[in-house]
Design a protein around this ligand. Structure first.
Ligand code: PEP
Ligand code: MG
Length: 521
């Protein structure tokens, strides 16, 4: 059962077979860190900060120092993990520097610690991390899990998650739900108490975990998981139902996808389309950026799998708790209020345009729609549509086959909900992202475990914004879905339908139950 802390490398040793790949991983991490440092140095020099630029240039030299590199490599050959080895070697260097009489050199101790820490962090968080290296099915204990960590775990290797930070709508919960993995998130400091356990059982439904359970508890958990399986089987008859209320309102029930590989499973669960394809995970499960062609393949695979059924592809939504390897994202005081979603895409046409081109091309293979995240202003929607139009023209003049794509907007900022009537004039559909809409409306960070009671779409302020959005959509004659976690919650579904929602999109395993709830309204 691996456990991960914030920056504490959890993997001390490697095996003989791993030496070569770990050496390679270490070299890649050094290169990445040196690259980032030298970019920062160049930027500072360009802005006239000569002295600061010099520090970063010195850090680049340290990161690439041949002696430091070979000392780490030797430790790796002696089966120490590179993330631990680089810290140890950095510490040796720091001690040597610290003991020097020369004040300038003594001050270099902190620099070398800093650089070694960055390389280690790169190895833990960004490289082929311990998550990727997980080869035994295990319960994963972590301080926090970024979506990029979760995306790196191989299928079948995570039996459950327990994290100190997080909430129902943080991305670790969302991903766990769509992977069908039980998760208990936001346990706070009590995580410490189970770090040394041999065995952990996780009840994702009730939200608790027990360390080293006795035989009776294990038997009870086995019984529980049996009855869960029975409950699921009883819902099977709803998989292929086209859900309508008794009053005759047809509600489409669709799936949220994080990758193309989830498409077949989603269809099996009875998805009538994809209400939200979170494309950022395609970007986050690797160290470099996917090319236009690679994106085209991924979007086409989903489009083909769903045939005539609609697939809503959401453009890149990084920022917040989702970092993008390969892109320089400056640290922000408030990342959820920062350079996120459409804001970042509009600022980086070199990222955005290949994605739009790939979507337009893939639309020739199915029924794709495109949706923009984090819109707060009509101008953003107009700018995004202009870029889409530019891409369309470029592809046409290149003679490349493209399809029709309707454009829609996520309503997930209070501003978008308030301006829904204006946005509706420019949109073919809306999809309400309740996860963010709740956090921004109630000013409650969606990942903060202390604010769990506020992370709830069933709040008069949020319901009022949903009503306003539905009314604007209905007046403009466009569809309005919900793709936040509230869409799959049996107690929220009747309220959302009553407010005027026409589509619900959720983690695929929740689809049969949602169809049952709608059919009984
Ligand atoms: C939302 O905010 O409700 C949503 C569906 O988007 P994400 O969870 O990916 O931010
Ligand atoms: Mg969102």
């Amino acid at each position: 059962m691996p456990a991960t802390g914030k920056l504490a490398p959890e993997r001390e040793r490697i095996t003989e077979d791993e030496i070569e790949s770990e050496l390679q991983r270490f070299r890649v991490a050094v290169e990445a860190v040196a690259g980032n440092l030298s970019e920062t140095g160049d930027r500072l020099r360009a802005s006239g900060s000569e002295e600061e630029a010099g520090i970063f240039e010195f850090h680049v030299e340290m990161a690439e120092d041949p002696e430091l590199v070979s000392a780490v490599e030797e430790r790796v050959r002696n089966l120490q993990s590179p993330e631990v080895a680089v810290i140890a070697v950095g510490e040796e260097y720091a001690t040597e520097y610290g003991a020097m009489d020369d004040e300038y050199l003594a001050a270099r101790a902190d620099d070398v610690r800093d650089v070694a820490g960055q390389i280690s962090a790169q190895l833990i968080g960004r490289g082929a991390s311990a998550f990727e290296a997980l080869h035994t099915p295990s319960v994963v204990l972590a301080h926090s899990l970024a979506p990029s960590d979760t995306a790196r775990i191989q299928k079948g290797m995570a039996l459950g998650f327990v994290t100190a930070e997080g909430s129902r709508t943080s991305h670790v919960s969302i991903m766990a739900r769509s992977m069908g993995i039980p998760a208990v998130v936001g346990v706070g400091p009590s995580l410490e108490r189970i770090l040394d356990a041999e065995t952990v059982v996780v009840d994702g439904g009730e939200g608790y975990a027990i360390a080293d359970p006795d035989a009776d508890t294990v038997a009870e958990f086995e019984r529980l998981s049996g009855s869960l399986a029975e409950e699921r089987a009883a819902l099977d008859e709803y998989r292929n139902v086209e859900a309508s209320t008794s009053g005759g309102r047809r509600i489409e029930v669709a799936a949220n996808l994080g990758s193309a590989s989830e498409a077949e499973d989603a269809l099996e669960w009875g998805a009538e389309g994809v209400g939200l394809f979170r494309t950022e995970f395609l970007f986050m499960e690797r160290d470099d950026l996917p090319s236009e062609d690679e994106q085209y393949e991924a979007y086409s695979a989903v489009a083909r799998a769903f045939g005539e059924k609609p697939v809503i592809v959401r453009t890149l939504d990084v920022g917040g708790d989702k970092d993008l390897p390969g892109v320089d994202q400056a640290d922000e005081e408030n990342p959820f209020l920062g350079w996120r979603g459409i804001r970042m895409s509009l600022d980086t046409p070199e990222l955005f345009k290949p994605q739009l081109r790939a979507i337009l091309r893939a639309a020739a293979n199915g029924n794709l729609k495109v949706m923009f995240p984090m819109v707060a202003d009509v101008g953003e929607l107009e700018a995004a549509k202009t870029m889409l139009q530019e891409c369309r023209k470029e592809l046409e003049s290149e003679g490349v086959k493209i399809g029709e794509v309707k454009t829609g907007v996520m309503i997930e900022t209070p501003a978008a909900a308030v301006c829904a009537a204006e946005l509706a004039e420019e949109s073919a559909f809306f999809s309400i992202g309740t996860n963010d809409l709740v956090q921004y409306t109630l000013a409650a960070d969606r990942g903060n475990e202390r604010l769990r009671w506020l992370q709830n779409a069933d709040h008069p302020a949020v319901l009022a914004l949903i009503r306003r959005t539905c009314d604007a959509a209905s007046a403009a004659g466009i569809q309005v879905g919900v793709c936040g976690e509230a869409a799959g919650e049996p107690e929220m579904i009747p309220k959302l339908v009553e407010l005027g929602v026409t589509e619900l999109s959720m983690a695929a395993p929740q689809i049969p139950r949602a169809k049952k709830v709608v059919s009984e309204l």
